[in-house]
Ligand binder design. Structure first.
Ligand code: SF4
Length: 224
């Protein structure tokens, strides 16, 4: 594994340096400051957000939290439940690079990106938020903890769900984003996912609800 990582490291370093634009997601977004939080261990996100001249972050609207203080908690919870606490890096971006070293006047850009753009994606999320059962799924922070405690995921792995979504979490998101009720049908309601979820999402209840929608739509995608 070390040899494979070394090859990838050498190959990607050059790409990071030469890229014109860096594109990332976001683990959390602070509504009060417009800041984006990203958690990682590899250092690729740090490169992507700093080395290119332009940084574009693309994230679902459910990632928006009221304050920067709220948003800063998310990476710690995400990394803890993903089994990688403490995370190697937490990246906070609040706009293009800047300096205020001279007379405390903020001047942009400095050494990092000249531009920062945040693209918010709805793709079924706002509609789900209006549904009393489905809205619970929007609390998901994609830690992946539910995967490893699910008997179905342990048996069949990543083929369960619509990529990039997989596992119990993915069965919920496959419906919210793609209107696909089939992944929910795999759930056997062991309840393990609900017990380990840091956001206390009642995943079996959400999946039961999606199953019912799928059965009553007679196979049609009636959601979107
Ligand atoms: S449903 Fe819960 S346990 Fe599963 S990925 Fe989302 S937050 Fe983590």
């Amino acid at each position: 594994v070390e040899d494979m990582v070394a090859v990838v490291r050498k190959f990607l370093r050059d790409k990071f340096v030469k890229a014109d634009v860096g594109i990332t997601g976001a683990n959390a977004i602070a509504a009060d400051t417009g800041s984006v939080l990203l958690v990682e261990n590899e250092g690729n996100i740090r490169f992507t957000t700093v080395a290119p001249q332009i940084h574009i972050a693309i994230a679902g609207v459910e990632k928006i939290l009221p304050t920067l203080a709220d948003a800063m908690i998310e990476p710690l919870v995400q990394s803890a439940y993903a089994g990688l606490y403490p995370p190697t890096y937490v990246n906070l971006t609040s706009g293009p690079s800047s300096t205020a070293d001279i007379e405390h006047n903020r001047v942009r850009p400095a050494h990092g990106p000249k531009e920062f753009h945040l693209i918010l994606v709805d793709n079924g999320r706002v509609k789900a938020n209006k549904d009393n059962i489905l809205r619970e799924a929007l609390l998901c922070i994609r830690c992946g903890r539910c995967h490893f405690h699910c008997p179905i995921y342990r048996a069949i792995g990543n083929i369960w769900g619509d990529p990039p979504y997989s596992g119990p979490m993915g069965a919920m998101w496959s419906y919210i984003v793609k209107g696909d009720t089939k992944p929910a049908m795999y759930c056997v309601h062991s309840g393990n996912c609900k017990e380990v979820c840091p956001m206390r999402i009642n995943i079996p209840r959400v999946l039961e609800y999606i199953k019912n929608l799928g059965l009553h739509s007679k196979g049609k995608l009636d959601y979107k």
